[in-house]
Design a protein around this ligand. Structure first.
Ligand code: KIV
Ligand code: ZN
Length: 560
C-alpha cells in the first residue's frame, strides 16, 4: 500500500444539499421491486445460466412474489433472445407480472429487443447510456451534448418501435449509467431531455433508474444524490425513481435504504447480491430488514432454505454461511453467553407468547423464514453450559440442575477441545449417557426392599455387587436415599453423603419416566449421579449408584 493514498485516490466531493430531509424519514412501506437476477446477476456469473437454470430462476422469483423481473438483454445473444421468446410463447408469465429487458441505445439492438417481446402482454424496455465524466472522456470521447443526444435517440427509438406493437402495454425505463459518478445536475438534464421524448403521465410514468453502477462514496452521498434528483426533476408524479446499487464499498444495502428514505420508489437488485464484481444490492436483505422493522416487504422469503438451494443451483455459487438472514450459521450461537441469553429469551417467549419478538441476538424469528431453532444453539469448545443444557433439555427432555450443568460442560468442552470439532446434540447425549447413565462396577440388584414406617423412617435392603464381591446390604434413614447411603457406607466401608437431590418427569414418545439427579459428597469433593427409570424411587437409587461409580472411576473412593 502506498504511504499517501491521497496522492492517488481523490475523495468523492459531497453533494451541496444543506436542507436534506431524508435523515428524518423512515421506510414504512414496500417499494416496487425489480429482480435483475436474470440480467445483471446472470451477466456476472462465471458461467451464465443455461435455459433450464433461467426457467428455474424465473419460477423462483415468481414464487418469492416479484412482480417485475428483468429477464434478459435479448439483443446480446441467441440464448437471451430465445429465453424471452420461450417465456412468452409458453405462457410462463403470470398476468400480474411484467418482464423487463435491457438494451443499449442502438437501432439494430432496439429493433431486435422489440422483436423478442412480440406478443407479450406488458413489458418494460430499459435503455441506458453512459453519462459520467470518466466514461464521457475516457471510454466514449463524447461531449455532454452528444451524451444527451444519444439518450434522446435511444428513447425516441423505443417510442417508434413500441408503436409497431400496440397489443403490448409498454413502459420505458432509462438509466444514466454510473449515475453515482455523474454530476447530479447533468443527470437531471439528461433525464429531462428523455422525458420530453417519452412524454410520461402520472397514469403512464417513465422509470428513471439511477444506478450506483459503481459504489463510489458513503451511502449518505447516494441518498443526497437521490433526494437532489427527486426535488429537481420536473413532472415528479410522472416519474418512478428506481434505486440500483452495487456493492463495491460493501454498503449497497445501506445505500438502498437511505435512497428509499430520500425518495426512491423502486429497488432493483438480485437475490443474495449476485451481480457484477461485488454484486448488486441483495434484495433479500433489504426486504427482511424492512420485515424486522414491522413493515411488510411484499416479498415472500418464508422458505429461505429453498431460495438458497435454488439460487445455488442456478448460479453455481454458494451462499456464504454468514450471509444475512439466509446463511447456514446466521441463527447459530456458539458462545456460551450468547446461548444463555437466547435460551432465556426463548423460554420467556414461550411463557408469554403474545409479546412482540425480542430475543437477544436473534433479530428475526427463524420460524418466519422456515428455519427451526435446532441450529440456533451449537456447541464447540467456546461454548458454555447454557447451550449444552438447552440441547439436552430441548432434544432429550433432560433438565439438569445448575451445578450439574457446570460439571457436565467440562466433559463436553474436553471432548470439543480434544477433537477440535463442533459437538452436536446427539454427541452431547452420547457423552451424557457414557458419563452418567452407563453401569459401573457397583450394581444394585433386584428386588430392593424399601419399607417405610409411620414416622417416615425407611429401611432398605438389597444385594450389592462390586467388582469382586456380593453383599447383602441393609440401611436406615429418613427416606430411601438416606437409607441407601447409610447401607453403602456400612457395607462397603466408605464415607459418602448426599448434598442435593432433584428429579423431574420426562416423557419420550409414549413413555413417562423419572430423571433423578443426586449430588454426592465423597471425601471433600462433590459430584453428580444421574438415572432415568419408569419408577421414581428406583431412579433415585440408581442415581446414587451412578454417583458412587463415578467417584470410584475417578479414584476418589475405593470399594472392595
Ligand atoms: O449498474 C448499472 O448501471 C446497470 C445499468 C445497465 C443500468 O446495470
Ligand atoms: Zn447494475
Amino acid at each position: 500500500m502506498i504511504a499517501q493514498p491521497s496522492a492517488k485516490y481523490p475523495a468523492f466531493a459531497p453533494i451541496r444539499l444543506k436542507d436534506r430531509t431524508w435523515p428524518d424519514k423512515v421506510i414504512d412501506k414496500a417499494p416496487r421491486w425489480l429482480s435483475s437476477d436474470l440480467r445483471d446477476g446472470n451477466q456476472a456469473l462465471i458461467e451464465p445460466m443455461n435455459i433450464e437454470q433461467k426457467l428455474r430462476m424465473f419460477d423462483l422469483l415468481i414464487e418469492c412474489g416479484f412482480k417485475e423481473i428483468e429477464v434478459a438483454f435479448p439483443s446480446a445473444s441467441d440464448t437471451e433472445f430465445t429465453f424471452v421468446r420461450r417465456l412468452i410463447e409458453e405462457n410462463r408469465i403470470p398476468e400480474d407480472v411484467t418482464i423487463q429487458v435491457l438494451t443499449q441505445s442502438r437501432e439494430d439492438l432496439i429493433v431486435r429487443t422489440f422483436e423478442a417481446l412480440k406478443g407479450c402482454k406488458q413489458a418494460i424496455v430499459h435503455v441506458y447510456n453512459a453519462t459520467s465524466p470518466t466514461f464521457r472522456r475516457v471510454v466514449f470521447n463524447k461531449t455532454k451534448e452528444e451524451v444527451i443526444a444519444l439518450a434522446e435517440y435511444g428513447v425516441s427509438l423505443l417510442v417508434k418501435e413500441a408503436a409497431k406493437y400496440p397489443e403490448t402495454d409498454w413502459t420505458f425505463e432509462y438509466s444514466p449509467e454510473i449515475f453515482s459518478d455523474t454530476e447530479v445536475d447533468f443527470a437531471v438534464e439528461v433525464c429531462e431531455a428523455v422525458m420530453k421524448i417519452a412524454n410520461p403521465t402520472p397514469e403512464k410514468p417513465i422509470i428513471f433508474n439511477l444506478p450506483a453502477t459503481v459504489e463510489v462514496a458513503t451511502p449518505n452521498v447516494y441518498a443526497d444524490q437521490i433526494e437532489y434528483f427527486c426535488r429537481n426533476i420536473s413532472r415528479r408524479d410522472s416519474v418512478i425513481v428506481s434505486i440500483h446499487t452495487h456493492n463495491d464499498r460493501g454498503c449497497a444495502v445501506a445505500a438502498t435504504e437511505l435512497a428509499l428514505m430520500a425518495g426512491g420508489d423502486r429497488v432493483e437488485g438480485c437475490l443474495f447480491g449476485h451481480g457484477e464484481r461485488t454484486g448488486n444490492v441483495d434484495i433479500i436483505t433489504v426486504a427482511l430488514n424492512m420485515y424486522t422493522q414491522g413493515v411488510d416487504p411484499e416479498l415472500n422469503f418464508s422458505q429461505i432454505n429453498k431460495v438458497v438451494r435454488e439460487v445455488e443451483h442456478c448460479t453455481a455459487i454458494k451462499v456464504h454461511p454468514r450471509h444475512p438472514y439466509a446463511g447456514e450459521l446466521v441463527f447459530t450461537a456458539f458462545s456460551g453467553s450468547h446461548q444463555d441469553a437466547i435460551r432465556k429469551g426463548l423460554s420467556d417467549m414461550k411463557n408469554q407468547p403474545d409479546q412482540m419478538w425480542k430475543i437477544p441476538y436473534l433479530p428475526v424469528d427463524p420460524h418466519d423464514l422456515g428455519r427451526s431453532y435446532e441450529a440456533v444453539i451449537r456447541v464447540n469448545s467456546q461454548s458454555g453450559k447454557g447451550g449444552i443444557a438447552y440441547l439436552l433439555e430441548e432434544d432429550h427432555g433432560i433438565n439438569m440442575p445448575r451445578r450439574l450443568q457446570i460439571e457436565f460442560s467440562r466433559t463436553v468442552q474436553a471432548e470439543a477441545d480434544a477433537k477440535g470439532i463442533e459437538v452436536t446434540s446427539p454427541m452431547i447425549f452420547d457423552l451424557f449417557n457414557r458419563e452418567y447413565l452407563t453401569k459401573g462396577n457397583v450394581v444394585i440388584g433386584q428386588p430392593i426392599s424399601i419399607v417405610e414406617d409411620e414416622n417416615g423412617n425407611t429401611e432398605i435392603s438389597a444385594v450389592i455387587t462390586t467388582a469382586t464381591q456380593q453383599y447383602h446390604a441393609k440401611g436406615h434413614g429418613n427416606g430411601p436415599i438416606a437409607a441407601l447411603v447409610n447401607a453403602l457406607n456400612e457395607t462397603l466401608k466408605i464415607d459418602v453423603d448426599v448434598v442435593s437431590y432433584h428429579e423431574h418427569a420426562r416423557s419420550q414418545g409414549s413413555k413417562a419416566e423419572a430423571v433423578a439427579f443426586v449430588e454426592m459428597q465423597v471425601e471433600s469433593r462433590t459430584l453428580f449421579g444421574v438415572a432415568i427409570h419408569a419408577n421414581t424411587a428406583r431412579a433415585s437409587i440408581d442415581a446414587v449408584i451412578s454417583a458412587l461409580n463415578r467417584a470410584i472411576a475417578k479414584g476418589w473412593v475405593e470399594v472392595k
